[in-house]
Structures are given as structure tokens and as C-alpha cells.
Design a protein around this ligand. Structure first.
Ligand code: AN7
Length: 359
């Protein structure tokens, strides 16, 4: 009999630091589609492109993979409350998994700088939300301090349990492709995700499931690009609020991911991000939040500069769903609001507006 996907801990139990008898807090995360995007392959001039659509996770972003492991471990340790600093998606995920675990959640977000879709999720899942008058880096500093000195359990990706869950995305890519891609790109913010993919692929290599590592590429927004600058950015700015992070926590792990895979870091402008955001919706049928278009935008930029490494198979992780931050889809390229036309409720009036000729 067919059974439904059981979430990443149960699906990959033998490859995670869990025993079958451990508590598992899951919302059925993982098992996300790997969608071939021929239009993007053509644009980039590579053999094939597959989009790992992480917006299809239960709270609409890749964060759920790491949240199931972090909250399950917190539960095993008897935690009653979890805390997370967040640009939005981590807070949505932490709040939902805390509800499932029967715990409280506290989320610290930069005031006025998270999308309302994500804020609505944290509210819906009854998180205690505090808007900090500062940026994400301030929120993370405070969350770390609180978790060290007060009875709250930190579920940001500085908690290694998070990366364990997130590495399962590499396993899924290999399970579907039957090999590693030549190149794998993604947006780069606090650097948990690229570190987790690196970990996952290294394990696949050690187990002999893949023959070589994919080159890992992490792409930042230009106004928020500490990995390009080589040091923290004090006042990060970008419309891609999910990756508006100036002082990434997993700095060393991301540097290792790049160095050990002959990968790379890149940065793209907000304009380039929004262009690719539209391209993915209109040419690939995949609606992502603007931040999530950053990986593809970075590869496009490299290809235009003639600097995209030769690759037969490319995977690009698109990290969060378009409904998280839908306002951007309702603006045209010059920022004007798009409003569908109104029409009288007759077939004739609709046909006229569509310019249809009667058969
Ligand atoms: C859609 O939610 O940091 O490099 O607090 O939401 O692992 O940080 C989100 C990050 C990419 C960057 N795409 O991943 C948070 C948070 C989306 C994101 C990233 C984030 P990392």
C-alpha cells in the first residue's frame, strides 16, 4: 500500500543522529520536488537545470528540514520553549514546530523588515514575536545570549541539530538524479544551508553514492554581501529581506564548502534578483520569494560574464515559496502596481477584452 512521506527524520533515520525510539516532531517536511527547468538551462547555456523547490515544505521554506531535527532534540532534552532570531522563515518554522511539540516559541525579528506572509505565520502559530529595533545580526546576538542565560532553547542554525536535518536535501537530490549534479547553487545568507548541503554531499561521497562533489555556489544580494567583501557588513540592505544578513554565523563552514568543492560566491543586485524572480514564475512555472531567486540570478550573471563553469547537470535550490512575499509579483518591472482589468459579467465583454473572435 502506498504510504505518505514520513518527514526527513523517519525517511533518513539511519543517516541522522537519531534512534528509532527518540521523540520525533514532524510536519512531514522534505520530499520536495526537483523540477526540471529547460528554459533556465537554455538561458544559462548548460545541459540541464533542476530546481529543488523548497517552498513545498510545510511552512513554505527549507527551514522545516532543520526545524524537525532541532525541535525533536529540544523535546528529548525536556525544553519547554524555543527561541529563534529570524529574517522571517525561521520564525515561521520554529513557531509551527513548537506548536506541534507542545512548546512555547519566542521569535526575534528585525523591526519592519520581514514580509507579512512570514509574520502572519508566526502570529498564526502563536509565537511570542518581538520586533527588535535592529537587524537580523542583532536579533541573533540577543537570541544566543538569552539561550545561554535563560531557560529557552536556541533553534537557529548555529545549533548543529539544524544542519543535520537540512543536509537531507542533498540526499534527496542524489536519490532523484542517481548522482551528484556538477554544480549546485543557492542563496546565501546566514550560511546554514550551504554548510548543510556540503555536509550531506560529503556523506554521500564517503558512502560511495556519488563519485564527485558538486561545485557549491552561494549567491548573496549586493547590498548584503559579506562573503564578497571578505568581512561582515554593518548595515546590510536588500529587498530580499530573507538574506538581509551582514554577519553570517556559519562563516567558516561556508568558506570550507566553497574551497573544498571548487565552488564560488557571487552577488547580484536587487534588480537582477527581481528579474530572475519573474523569469522563474513566467518561464519555469515556479513561484518563489525574491530571495529565493538569488541562486539562479547569480548563475545567470556568471554565464553572462563567461564565468559559469562548464556543467552538464545543475541544481538550484529555490528556498522559499512565492506566497511568503507576494507583493513583488504584483509590481511590473518599473515598480508600478499590476491590477487585473475589471469587466462586466458577460461572456461577450470578457471576449472583447481578450480580443477573441467568435468561432
Ligand atoms: C528564503 O529565516 O536566516 O544561508 O532567519 O529565508 O542558510 O541563512 C533565512 C534565510 C535563503 C538563506 N532563502 O539561507 C531566517 C533566515 C530564504 C531564507 C536563506 C534564507 P542561509
Amino acid at each position: 500500500m502506498a504510504h505518505q512521506w514520513r518527514g526527513v527524520i523517519r525517511e533518513y533515520l539511519d543517516r541522522l543522529p537519531f534512534e528509532a525510539s527518540d521523540p520525533v516532531v514532524t510536519l512531514g517536511e522534505g520530499g520536495t520536488p526537483l523540477i526540471e527547468a529547460p528554459a533556465l538551462a537554455k538561458l544559462l547555456g548548460v545541459g540541464s537545470v533542476h530546481l529543488k523547490f523548497e517552498g513545498m515544505n510545510p511552512t513554505g521554506s527549507f527551514k522545516d528540514r532543520g526545524m524537525t531535527t532541532a525541535v525533536s532534540k529540544a523535546k528529548a532534552k525536556g525544553a519547554q520553549a524555543v527561541i529563534a532570531a529570524s529574517t522571517g522563515n525561521t520564525s515561521a518554522s520554529a513557531a509551527a514546530y513548537a506548536v506541534k511539540a507542545g512548546m512555547q516559541s519566542v521569535v526575534l525579528v528585525p523591526a519592519g523588515k520581514i514580509s507579512w506572509g512570514k509574520l502572519s505565520q508566526a502570529v498564526a502559530h502563536k509565537a511570542q514575536i518581538l520586533q527588535v529595533k535592529g537587524n537580523f545580526d542583532d536579533c541573533l546576538r540577543i537570541a544566543r545570549d538569552l539561550s545561554e542565560n535563560y531557560p529557552v532553547f536556541l533553534v537557529n542554525s548555529v545549533n548543529p541539530d539544524r544542519l543535520q536535518g537540512q543536509k537531507t536535501a542533498s540526499f534527496e537530490v542524489v536519490d532523484v538524479l542517481g548522482q551528484a549534479p556538477d554544480l549546485h547553487a543557492m542563496p546565501l545568507g546566514n550560511a546554514g544551508n550551504i554548510s548543510a548541503y556540503h555536509l550531506g554531499y560529503k556523506e554521500e561521497l564517503a558512502e560511495g553514492r556519488i563519485k564527485a562533489m558538486p561545485r557549491l555556489f552561494g549567491i548573496q544580494a549586493e547590498g548584503s554581501a559579506p562573503f564578497i567583501k571578505g568581512s561582515p557588513v554593518e548595515k546590510p540592505e536588500t529587498i530580499a529581506t530573507a538574506i538581509r544578513i551582514g554577519n553570517p554565523a556559519s562563516w567558516d563552514l561556508a568558506q570550507a564548502a566553497k574551497a573544498e568543492t571548487q565552488g564560488g560566491f557571487g552577488a547580484v543586485s536587487d534588480r537582477e534578483i527581481l528579474w530572475m524572480h519573474r523569469f522563474l514564475s513566467q518561464e519555469a512555472g515556479v513561484f518563489v520569494e525574491p530571495s529565493s531567486a538569488t541562486g539562479a540570478a547569480g548563475l545567470y550573471k556568471l554565464s553572462q560574464q563567461g564565468e559559469l563553469p562548464k556543467a552538464d547537470t545543475v541544481v538550484i535550490t529555490v528556498t522559499g515559496h512565492g506566497l511568503k512575499d507576494p507583493d513583488w509579483a504584483l509590481k511590473d518591472q518599473s515598480g508600478r502596481k499590476i491590477k487585473p482589468k475589471r469587466v462586466s459579467a458577460t461572456a461577450g465583454a470578457v471576449a472583447d477584452l481578450l480580443g477573441l473572435e467568435r468561432k
